[in-house]
Design a protein around this ligand. Structure first.
Ligand code: MN
Length: 361
């Protein structure tokens, strides 16, 4: 269960406000999930008001039962039926206060209407306070992300037996979705990337009707969502390799360099290490390997923070990040090499920073 009061403490320590107001639109604010642990699918139009001690969730009467049933200790559920009732509730909780909102999420016009309806003295953007709190995962979060990893890795292990000449990228993407949900995922955590052959050189290629042929690359960048938390894992393999071919030798060379770059980055991850340096270890190695053949072909950051959002913010393994690693951070480690017209390799694992160093989830 979500420890609501501990999370409120972490957010309010970084936000100088009397209360926080989060309002979902057609989309769900991930900070809403952070403070309530409610299942994401049910939350359209919900609002919450938080102070240091507790969270009050305001829901339409039709969602009252489901919200009450799923709410942890520290969350109170209040139902409303008319707009007048919401206005009254907001006034009672917020009138005259300095109120924190998520400026990264809420449309400006909606914020203006909420200020008027609530009678708040001032609205302040507290998105940074949430990012700071969420960058360090608590035990419940580590557990959820670990399970999300176990699920997706188990699904990926079953994929090789479904790879046959002529199968399409979309068929494999559908198979991965089926396998992960059969194993307990709530949904994919983002649209799966499955690419074959030269499509693997495009880091964000979306699966299409491309058919698999022997002696070619297969790249799968996929994740499972479990209990509101994401995993994000990439595997690349060579389908039916023709080991004597020049094409195979080049694919294998690229794979070996990416694998080594990932290991070197993992070895660098420890409490106190500078985030940007972890990227540089992998980037420098890729640029210098094979006499510089692949210089400049690692075209993205080595990793991003992972949590309720696939890109959770606050930290990343990217050039120029001066932040130091702290225990409880979860960051992806995903070097790649992309040769346009030929193919690419990416290998990605999710890393928990611990006092003993990197733990691969
Ligand atoms: Mn990733």
């Amino acid at each position: 269960m979500v420890n609501v009061s501990a999370r409120l403490g972490r957010v309010f320590d970084n936000a100088k406000v009397g209360a926080i107001l989060l309002a979902n639109t057609n989309y769900t604010d991930s900070n809403f999930l952070y403070l309530t642990g409610l299942p994401a699918a049910t939350l359209e139009g919900y609002m919450l008001v938080a102070d240091r001690r507790r969270v009050t969730v305001l829901v339409n009467v039709l969602d009252y039962e489901i919200a009450k049933e799923n709410s942890p200790r520290g969350v109170r559920v209040v139902k409303w039926q008319t707009r007048e009732e919401i206005r009254r509730a907001l006034k009672r909780l917020l009138k005259g206060k300095v109120v924190g909102v998520n400026g990264d999420f809420i449309p400006m016009d909606f914020a203006r209407r909420l200020k008027k309806a609530s009678g708040a003295r001032r609205l302040v953007d507290v998105s940074d306070a949430f990012t700071k709190a969420r960058v360090i995962k608590d035990a419940e979060e580590v557990r959820s992300i670990s399970i999300a990893n176990r699920i997706i890795k188990s699904a990926l292990r079953e994929i090789p037996r479904h790879l046959k000449p002529g199968v399409t990228e979309k068929e494999i993407a559908a198979k991965i979705a089926y396998l992960m949900m059969s194993k307990g995922a709530d949904s994919p955590s983002f649209p799966s990337i499955v690419s074959f052959g030269s499509n693997t050189a495009l880091p964000h290629h979306m699966p299409d009707g491309t058919r698999l042929v022997p002696n070619s690359l297969v790249l799968m960048d996929v994740g499972a969502r479990y209990n509101n938390y994401c995993s994000d894992v990439t595997r690349t393999l060579i389908f039916k390799p023709d080991r004597k071919s020049a094409k195979y030798k080049k694919m294998a060379e690229i794979y070996g360099i990416v694998k080594r770059a990932q290991e070197m980055a993992t070895a660098r991850i420890r409490v106190g290490a500078v985030a940007g340096d972890v990227h540089r270890v992998a980037g420098d190695y890729i640029n210098s390997a094979a006499k510089g053949t692949y210089k400049g072909k690692f075209t993205h950051a080595l990793g991003h923070s992972l949590g309720i959002d696939v890109h959770d913010g606050g930290i990343g393994f990217a050039p120029g990040y001066k932040e130091k690693l702290r225990p409880g951070m979860i960051i992806t480690n995903e070097p790649g090499i992309y040769v346009v017209g030929f193919g690419g390799v990416r290998i990605e694992d999710d890393i928990l920073v611990t006092t003993e160093g990197a733990k691969i989830l």
